[in-house]
Ligand binder design. Structure first.
Ligand code: ZN
Length: 645
């Protein structure tokens, strides 16, 4: 049904193939933060299909996929300059016979390296390595090596913080019957905390779910019912009363973090974004020791999964008010020697009120939980919401609505002032920006702050998600030095997407201009932004899934809903694999201010590297997500898998 562009099986440089693609009819996955929607609840068949796929990827890893590893092309292997001195030098580890993608622009490919005292002391060709001696010398026999990776927006500490009763139904009646059944089966629960209602079942334009509908099935207990997007909450009257929310309660941010209201100004039961999130940690605190232990084990295991994927540093984009819970656990893991990567935490601003305390809270986290590996240098701000519940900030009205454009958490002036405070404190900022209004507001604020601070402007500002970018703003990103973080695994085709309706076809087919941003010269990093996946978590947080979907703008074939799901438009926004690896390594290190030590295989940098079982530059593009590390090294030590003897 769709015209699929034939892409070369081997794509050392996608520049030749991506630019002139026929545009297909495409869709997307609803974009968000903390998004658990896509494969949950709304499409049981898809979920089941993907669950099977999760077993498949494990199986693929076990059996190993043998790729034909041809030597790098002559261009790739172009005589890397030896960096070693001519006299004999000792090294702790010498690796030869590898295809090393370094992420170093000066020397993108190498075939040998030497490590001493946890750092690279040689990176280059086979001739140069002969001047190194060491007791440990390994021939990798043509295997691909890439730098240790950075996940620039993740939530490993939030895994298993939320604990829902899962209810499902294909119709409103079925869903509500499931809610009632759950209530009957759990008579002792004070709160019935449930998930997930499909957004498109209840949200139609400005209309959302109503408390009276929940009251009809559960009138006398507290009900907190979360949507599949995790950005909307449906409460019954009893729950609103418990929270003290009534006609006189102000919205934290009208139009964004808000209580939807009826014609009399009474809260309708539909609660959006930070207006709901602000109640989480208080109402749903993890108090029980067994639950706390379960959470800690989930965090430890998630970090191991990331480490096994080859991630050696990450940015934790926040924990919905559970910062202390999460960072206490991560700090404990560090002290117990169980933190397998560098972990950068943050403080989340999801109401304007929290902007006032963000800096002091980040500094408190630093004092109370900071360590060698766990550090705090950044604040996270939700500038807008998501398109699926019309809380994303747009420059033009939502489709079918003559005036409604959404809004932003802070104005240009408010964000400018926050940036100047961050400037004084030498802190960075990561901003959730979905709509083009949010992107514009951030760029305007950065420009205004830079005009005041001039050359002393310190904060590295990263915009995350960037679903819509106005063409006028695209060059401004590079000019203002703003970093862009995308979650590439969201970029496949999704057919039944409510966002298509809310944005309209034309805007919908301009989403995720990843290649344009990258090619503009802006720094682009990548991420998993995943915490919900259940059995699929290890798959969703895999950088190799991100690389495949960022490269193809298609989900893995095994997930397709039709014979050919097509390519997400615009198809010329597909990234090359080199760009994806650079984004996951060097650019991620830049986002974390570790570019002098991490992110590329270069002499003098910390010896983080990943040996892959299959060459992602040579494998079929639909098989990239199955690539796995056979060894992961951090500062010269093998921390996952093993090197060949
Ligand atoms: Zn996130």
């Amino acid at each position: 049904m769709y015209a699929l562009l034939p892409m070369p099986r081997t794509t050392p440089n996608l520049a030749n193939t991506a630019a002139n693609d026929p545009t297909c009819l495409i869709n997307l996955r609803t974009s968000c933060f903390f998004c658990k929607l896509c494969f949950f609840a709304s499409d049981k068949n898809k979920k089941a299909k993907i669950m099977n796929t999760s077993h498949l990827i494990v199986a693929m890893g076990l059996f190993g996929v043998i790729a034909a590893c041809s030597p790098p092309s002559s261009e790739q292997a172009r005589s890397p300059a030896p960096v070693a001195a001519s006299t004999e030098e000792s090294a702790d580890l010498i690796i030869t016979g590898a295809k090393i993608f370094t992420s170093d622009k000066q020397q993108p490919w190498a075939e040998a390296l030497a490590i001493k005292d946890g750092k690279f002391v040689y990176v280059g060709d086979a001739n140069g390595i002969v001047s190194y001696t060491g007791t440990n010398s390994i021939d990798l026999n043509g295997k691909l090596v890439i730098p240790g990776m950075v996940d620039g927006h993740s939530h490993p500490g939030y895994v298993n913080v939320e604990n829902f009763g899962e209810v499902e139904g294909d119709t409103q009646e079925e869903l509500l019957a499931a809610v009632k059944a759950y209530a009957d089966e759990h008579p002792d629960d004070e709160w019935l905390r449930l998930c997930c209602w499909p957004t498109d079942m209840f949200v139609h334009g400005n209309e959302g779910p109503k408390k009276e509908v929940l009251d009809a099935v559960v009138p006398d207990r507290l009900v907190w019912f979360e949507s599949a997007t995790a950005h909307d909450f449906w409460l019954n009257s009893k729950a609103l009363e418990k929270l003290g929310v009534d006609k006189n309660t102000p919205d934290p941010r009208p139009g964004l973090a808000m209580y939807a209201r009826d014609e009399n100004g009474e809260p309708s039961g539909w609660v959006k974004e930070g207006a709901g999130v602000q109640h989480f940690a208080k109402q749903f605190a993890l108090t029980d020791d067994a639950r706390k232990q379960e959470h800690k084990e989930s965090v430890a295991e998630t970090l191991q999964v990331l480490s096994r994927h080859g991630v050696t540093a990450l940015f934790d984009a926040g924990n919905k008010g559970y910062g202390d819970l999460v960072y206490r656990v991560v700090s404990q893991l560090e002290k117990e020697g169980k933190l397998p990567l560098r972990y950068y935490g943050t403080y989340q601003i999801f109401t304007p009120e929290r902007a006032k305390t963000a800096i002091s809270e980040v500094k408190r986290y630093r004092r109370e939980y900071g360590g060698d590996l766990l550090q705090f240098n950044s604040v996270k701000l939700f500038m807008d919401g998501i398109s699926a519940n019309q809380s994303a900030g747009l420059l033009e009205p939502y489709s079918g609505n003559t005036s409604y454009v959404g809004t932003t958490m802070l104005s240009v002036e408010e964000l400018r002032d926050l940036l100047l405070e961050l400037n004084n404190e030498k802190l960075d900022l990561l901003v959730h920006t979905i709509g083009d209004l949010a992107v514009r507001t951030v760029l305007d604020a950065v420009e205004a702050a830079q005009a005041i601070a001039k050359d002393d402007f310190y904060p590295r500002v990263t915009m995350a998600h960037l679903v819509l970018i106005d063409p006028i703003d695209l060059p401004r990103i590079k000019e203002l030095g703003v970093i862009c973080n995308f979650t590439p695994w969201w970029m496949g085709v999704e057919h039944d997407d409510v966002v298509r309706v809310f944005l309209g076809e034309e805007r919908y087919s301009t989403m995720y201009q990843t290649r344009s941003v990258f090619d503009s010269g802006a720094v682009v990093s990548f991420s998993s932004d995943e915490w919900w996946g259940g059995d699929m978590l290890a798959t969703y947080i895999s950088p190799y899934l991100g690389m495949q979907v960022g490269h193809t703008r298609q989900y893995p074939k095994e997930w397709w809903e039709t014979k050919d799901d097509g390519i997400r438009s615009p198809s010329n926004e597909r990234l090359s694999l080199e760009q994806l690896v650079e984004g996951y390594t060097r650019n991620g290190a830049y986002q974390l201010r570790r570019e002098n030590e991490l992110g590329s295989i270069e002499v003098g940098k910390l010896a983080d590297l990943v040996v892959l079982d299959n060459n992602l530059f040579e494998v079929d593009r639909h098989e990239i997500w199955k690539v796995k590390p056979s060894a992961v090294m951090m500062e010269g030590e093998v921390i996952q898998g093993s090197l060949p003897d």
